[in-house]
Design a protein around this ligand. Structure first.
Ligand code: NAD
Length: 261
C-alpha cells in the first residue's frame, strides 16, 4: 500500500482514527501516517491500538495509542483531550469504530425476534458513537478556527435494507444523516464532513461469517471479490486531504459495484 507523492500534504496534520486497532481503521491509520500525518489511534482495545501505533512508529511515523469506548461520553472527551494534549491540535478525524451483531455474540435475527440489548448496543456504538465523536471533534476544530475534515464510516448497509440486520442498517443510515447534517452546520466554518460506504471488506467483522455466507456475498459483487481495508483507506486519505477541498456531505461507495446493479 503506497501513499502517492501528492499525499504528503497530510504532513504534520493531527488526525484521530477510531477503531484504529484493526481492519479499515488500522489500514487508514497506517496510510495517513505514511502520508505524513501524526495519528492518534483510538480503540476499545488498548493492545490493538498500541500495536497499530507501533507499526506506524516502526515505519518512521508519529503515533499515539488511546483506549476509548466511543459509546461513552466521558471516554470520548478523554480521547479528544488526549489527542490535543499530545499533538497540540486536531486537524481531522476518521470516526470508524463500529460493530455488527457477530462482534457482540448476537445472532442475525428479524426485528420481531431481535433482543433489545442487540439493538441498543449496535446503535450506541455505530450511531451514538459517531455523534459523540463529532460533537467533541467539531467543538475542538471550531475552537482552533482553522477548519478541518471529518470522515465517518457508514456502509452500503446505509443505502439499502438487509434482512436480519435492522440495528446495523438503521445505524448506518443514521451515520449518513448525521454526516449530511454536520456538513451543513459546519460548511461555513470550513470543516468538511463526509462518509465512506464500504461494501464487504476482509476484516475481523467479516471473518465471523461462514464460508457459505461469504461465497454467497462474493457472488453478488460484480468484481467477484471482497474489498481490502487498504482500498477503503485510499478514499479516507483522499477525503481527509485538501485534494477533497470542495467535498462535503457526501457518502461515497467503495464496494466493487455491489450497489449499482
Ligand atoms: P474490525 O472489527 O476489524 O474493526 C473495528 C474496530 O473497532 C476494532 O478494533 C474494535 O476493537 C473497535 N471498536 C469496536 N467497538 C468499539 C467502541 N465502542 N469504541 C472504540 N472502538 C471500538 O471491523 P472493520 O470492518 O474494520 O470495521 C470498521 C468500520 O467499517 C465499522 O464501522 C464497520 O461497521 C464498517 N464497515 C465494515 C464493513 C466490512 O465488510 N468489514 C463494511 C462496511 C462498513
Amino acid at each position: 500500500m503506497q501513499a502517492h507523492q501528492q499525499d504528503k500534504d497530510m504532513a504534520d496534520k493531527a488526525i484521530l482514527v477510531t477503531g484504529g486497532g484493526s481492519g479499515i481503521g488500522r489500514a487508514s491509520a497506517l496510510l495517513l501516517a505514511q502520508a505524513g500525518a501524526r495519528v492518534a489511534v483510538a480503540d476499545q482495545s488498548l493492545s490493538a491500538a498500541t500495536e497499530t501505533a507501533m507499526m506506524i512508529r516502526d515505519a518512521g511515523g508519529d503515533a499515539l495509542a488511546l483506549q476509548a469506548d466511543v459509546s461513552d461520553e466521558h471516554s470520548v472527551m478523554h480521547m479528544i483531550d488526549g489527542t490535543v494534549s499530545a499533538f497540540g491540535r486536531l486537524d481531522g478525524a476518521f470516526n470508524n469504530a463500529g460493530i455488527g451483531a457477530g462482534r457482540i455474540g448476537a445472532l442475525p435475527q428479524n426485528i420481531a425476534e431481535m433482543p433489545m440489548e442487540t439493538w441498543s448496543r449496535i446503535i450506541a456504538v455505530n450511531l451514538t458513537g459517531v455523534w459523540l465523536c463529532m460533537k467533541y471533534e467539531l467543538a475542538q476544530m471550531q475552537k482552533q478556527g482553522h477548519g478541518g475534515a471529518i470522515v465517518n464510516t457508514a456502509s452500503i448497509a446505509g443505502l439499502t435494507g438487509i434482512p436480519t440486520a435492522s440495528a446495523y442498517v438503521a445505524s448506518k443510515h443514521g451515520v449518513l444523516g448525521l454526516t449530511k447534517t454536520a456538513a451543513l452546520e459546519y460548511a461555513a466554518k470550513h470543516i468538511r464532513v463526509n462518509a465512506v460506504c464500504p461494501g464487504y471488506v476482509e476484516t475481523g467483522m467479516t471473518e465471523d461469517l461462514s464460508a457459505q455466507r461469504i461465497a454467497a456475498i462474493v457472488d453478488k459483487v460484480p468484481m467477484k471479490r471482497m474489498g481490502t481495508p487498504a482500498e477503503i483507506a485510499q478514499l479516507v486519505l483522499w477525503l481527509l486531504s485538501e485534494r477533497a477541498s470542495y467535498m462535503t456531505g457526501a457518502g461515497l461507495t467503495v464496494d466493487g459495484g455491489t450497489t449499482v446493479g
